[in-house]
Write a protein that binds this ligand. Structure first.
Ligand code: SF4
Length: 934
């Protein structure tokens, strides 16, 4: 094991962010692999910073590791540099926890959040030593499964997966584990058959797609009797999921660097483009008391200074206001902020904003989605323009200086007037901030998603997206509104895969083999290789981006999200009638099919009468029947609105051609009255209800009373922790330790810590220094003990002492640093004589030109005055004393690389250890003179 770790760690000096592969985070689960019956790799096909941000994965990690018979480990996609290093070294992709190659685990379970991570999934399988095709795997190979939103159309990757989980994973994951443990390990087909018996498990091998003469899917033929359709798994009551016990606290800075607490799952607002709004139905809120309990536990365990209340639209959580008030009362004194990552416009209320800004003005994003009222009606966005402007005014008046507006272009039937609506609306928001605030219009491109009313809609081609982007850029620029857009090429690729069938697997494989990785990252996406893969496989992008007819067999027709196809067709009809559909959690059931009303139904927590709950789910009203005939017969009807669009466009378009911008009046001349009457207990009224309960936070944190100086080590894997991460690591450790920290002033108060000079990543140290200010006179030994217990492996506090508050900083006092470097690897057959000569020559020289990098620029400096001592010791160790002065210092690996004539990779891999920090008063007279010269 030690040898394996050494082999992997030797790669880390050569990659951009070694922290991605360290696996030494606080909260990481350690188990003896020999003591469990099942080893489960939780895999995420993206880099650590994104993967570790995904809360669903953390929940599964916690749930699985509570079991004594299962060990869940994590594995994420290696970045290009790490993949190259693994291949060069002949090492397989392995788990973070135990460095076990993927091929040696029992299950590899991928979370699929985004279609453009599929080439990474293939790379992970191959690097992990697992046959890519499910059909090629034997009894000894791991089971490869996948879940997440993309699993609702897994056909493009069906050939590479043994099984797919549809729906909520918290309960079914145990069924999967139990099935694997019970399996005799002989016939893989027997295992797949057993898995197919579990609700929510789709085994692609048990279905066979058939295609017609024009290439369209005509049937997805079930190959096993009684296994014709797969229903999703659902956790009917989120409170039955145990509160998370263990939290992995990343050392590396990640995208969402805070605990995310899920307050509810599902959304019944019915935005017609939103896949999550359909596949996660019905609405299930978590008991606010459990959310509170979990928030406090998360802060206590992680030391984070922010928690996030997660859901598809947290402003719609019934208890959002009382919950926020209580949360802030408990967390604000600790300077812990609460953020709401996504908020619908009409769910905002002044009281809600007041709460959020109490600790910190986190960035504010609103999602108007569409600029014109016509388009808002089509996509089912209930808010009116005046509500958005009022919300923007409120946001700016409360002190936010920047507001991001999130829109989509390319929505079905979009006209130029709709696009200009984006410009107008953004301008009105900017005016709400008196044009002194920053307004950013972030515009993504519509990609039709399976299981939504717009699943039949066409996706506009790249050239059309880019032309609409140009129009927006020009028009928004006139109003000095910042424009952000999504790369049209990525939307194009996403569109092919998201509604793709099993044949798209060949395209993915070819793109992977050509070298495509991280296709969702526009800076590294190799679109040229994708174009080549399309040519090589003969796959037509137009075929997958085209409008689908209502009678067409869709690749995901055999997979049920709970919402029936008739409902989606009705919604499509209502879209083009510009008719809104009521929120069934406030008004009445609209019969989408997601509830059975015995075990599964909308669940919410609200004050009596706050929402119209009494009829919810009790009365099934076929209100939509008068819009279209109630028929499931494929092709029996088409929505009238769609016909209108087609008529206006002059008939059906040929496949793959652009959807022309329509005249603004072409669909529905007059807006019908909204059906969503604001009845008693409307969410917005409810949000405002708690306003009086707000009390200003009493700032209990006073000025610093004590300063403690700590000396600590940074050894082993801890040497790869970067300086930025180190700061965060200390902040969080101090919070967990409960130290009475002093904070800086300003919008973003931070604990008052002062670190010594930055240590290069990869260099070990036994003498790092940090000063910590406290608001209470705590003893140095108490601080050492409390904080030391919170630091990771390799970081130990070796000394602690109180120092005067007004004294000089660590950096101001340091005059030199002493290092030792093990150079055994570079001693030739001469016993080190050659190396000694080179060192002696350096010491005797007056001038030694060295390339020095300063803030991204390179210049040549004379290295000699920076070096107070350099010698080769008997034990093949170089000892060096490098001076610090006003002109800075030298990087020892650069210096030794130049003296010993090593290439850059060899120099960076030198095992350097900092052994002493020398303060000015400890230098010899001659060294002090040199230091002064530096
Ligand atoms: S079945 Fe009715 S109550 Fe349940 S989510 Fe669908 S529309 Fe809402």
């Amino acid at each position: 094991m030690v040898e394996t770790r050494t082999a992997y760690e030797s790669l880390l000096t050569r990659v951009e962010k070694p922290g991605r592969y360290l696996g030494n985070e606080r909260g990481m689960v350690h188990k003896d692999p020999a003591s469990v019956q099942l080893r489960f790799a939780l895999a995420f096909p993206d880099v650590y910073e994104i993967a570790q941000s995904h809360p669903g994965l953390q929940i599964l990690y916690d749930l699985l590791n509570r079991r004594s018979d299962v060990y869940a480990e994590r594995v994420y996609a290696p970045w290009f540099d790490m993949e190259a290093e693994l291949r060069r070294a002949g090492l397989p992709l392995a788990t973070l926890e135990t460095l076990t190659p993927l091929r040696d685990l029992d299950v590899v379970g991928f979370t699929l959040q985004y279609e453009l991570t599929y080439t990474n999934l293939l790379a992970m399988l191959e690097l992990g030593g697992i046959p890519l095709h499910a059909a090629a795997r034997g009894a000894a190979d791991p089971l490869v499964i996948a879940g997440g939103p993309c699993a609702f159309n897994p056909e493009p990757i069906a050939d590479f997966l043994d099984a797919v989980v549809l729906g909520d994973g918290e309960h079914v994951i145990h069924d999967i584990c139990n099935t694997l443990i019970a399996w005799d390990g002989r016939e893989r087909s027997a295992l797949l058959a057993a898995l197919a018996g579990i609700r929510g498990i789709y085994v692609p091998a048990f279905f066979e797609p058939r295609y017609g003469p024009h290439g369209k899917l005509v049937e997805i033929r079930p190959l096993r009797t009684g296994y014709e359709r797969v229903e999703k798994q659902i956790v009917a009551d989120l409170n039955t999921v145990p509160v998370q016990q263990t939290y992995v606290v990343p050392t590396l800075q990640i995208v969402h660097d805070r605990p995310s607490l899920e307050v509810m799952r599902g959304c019944v607002k019915g935005c017609r483009f939103c896949q999550a709004g359909y596949i996660y139905r019905p609405l299930r809120e978590r008991d606010p008391r459990r959310v509170l309990e979990q928030a406090e536990e998360a802060v206590r365990q992680t030391g984070h200074d922010e928690v996030s209340l997660l859901s598809l639209s947290t402003g719609d959580y019934s208890c959002v206001n009382p919950l926020l008030t209580e949360l802030m009362n408990r967390l604000a004194p600790q300077k812990v902020a609460v953020s709401l990552p996504s908020t619908r416009v009409d769910a905002l209320a002044p009281s809600l904003l007041e709460q959020i800004k109490r600790v910190r003005k986190t960035g504010f994003t609103l999602a108007p989605e569409a600029g014109s009222q016509r388009m808002r009606d089509i996509i089912q966005k209930e808010y009116q323009e005046a509500e958005l402007i009022a919300a923007a005014q409120q946001i700016f008046s409360l002190g936010w200086r920047s507001l991001k507006l999130y829109f989509m272009l390319g929505l079905p039937s979009e006209t130029e007037a709709d696009l200009m609506g984006i410009v107008d609306l953004s301008a009105k928001v900017a005016a709400a901030g008196s044009f002194r605030k920053e307004v950013i219009a972030s515009v993504s491109s519509f990609v039709p998603k399976p299981h939504t009313p717009f699943q039949w809609a066409p996706q506009i081609p790249i050239a059309e997206i880019e032309s609409r982007q140009r129009l927006l850029r020009r028009e928004l620029g006139k109003g000095r509104i910042k424009f952000r857009w999504h790369d049209a090429r990525l939307s194009f690729l996403e569109g092919i895969v998201s509604r793709g069938d099993r044949r798209v697997g060949a395209l993915l494989l070819q793109a992977y083999q050509l070298g495509c990785r991280f296709d969702g990252w526009n800076e590294v996406c190799r679109f040229d290789l994708w174009e080549q893969a399309l040519r090589d496989t003969g796959i037509s992008a137009d075929f997958y981006l085209r409008r689908r007819t209502l009678d067409e067999v869709l690749p995901w027709d055999h997979l049920s999200s709970g919402v029936n196809k008739t409902f989606l067709q009705r919604e499509l009809a209502r879209a083009f009638e510009r008719t809104l559909t009521p929120d069934c959690s406030i008004e009445r059931c609209t019969y989408c099919g997601a509830c059975d009303f015995t075990t599964v139904r909308n669940v919410d927590y609200h004050l009596t009468g706050a929402k119209g709950s009494e009829h919810r789910g009790e009365v099934i009203d076929h209100w939509a029947s008068d819009i279209v005939p109630d028929s499931d017969t494929a092709g029996a009807w088409e929505p009238r609105g769609w016909h209108k669009v087609q008529a206006k466009q002059g008939g059906e378009q040929p496949v793959g051609t652009s959807t022309p911008l329509l005249d603004a009046t072409s669909v529905g001349a007059a807006r019908p009255p909204a059906e969503t009457a604001r009845g008693l207990g409307n969410a917005e009224e409810w949000l405002s209800a708690g306003g009086e309960a707000l009390a200003p936070v009493v700032d209990t944190v006073g000025p610093p009373q004590t300063r403690i100086r700590l000396t600590y080590t940074k050894l082993g894997r801890a040497r790869f922790i970067g300086n930025l991460e180190l700061t965060t690591l200390f902040y969080r450790a101090a919070r967990r330790a409960g130290l009475p920290l002093a904070f800086s002033q300003g919008h973003h108060p931070l604990p008052r810590f002062a670190f010594g000079p930055a240590l290069p990543v990869g260099v070990e140290s036994v003498c790092e220094l940090v000063d910590i200010d406290l608001v209470e006179p705590l003893g140095a030994e108490d601080v050492r003990r409390a904080l030391g217990a919170q630091l990771p492996e390799g970081m130990e506090i070796t000394a602690a002492g109180a120092i005067p508050l007004g004294g000089p900083s660590i950096s101001a006092r340091i005059a030199a640093i002493r290092y030792r470097v093990d150079v055994r690897q570079h001693i030739n057959g001469d016993g080190g004589a050659g190396m000694r000569r080179r060192i002696d020559a350096f010491v005797e020289s007056a001038d030694f030109p060295l390339r020095k990098r300063v803030k991204g620029t390179e210049r040549i400096v004379n290295a000699r005055p920076y070096v107070a001592g350099l010698q080769l010791l008997e034990a093949a160790t170089i000892e060096a004393m490098i001076l610090h002065g006003a002109a800075g210092t030298l990087k020892l690996t650069d210096l030794l690389g130049a003296i010993l004539e090593l290439d850059e990779r060899e120099a960076r891999a030198l095992p350097v250890r900092k052994v002493a920090t020398v303060f000015g008063n400890e230098l010899s007279l001659s060294d002090a003179a040199s230091a002064a010269a530096v």
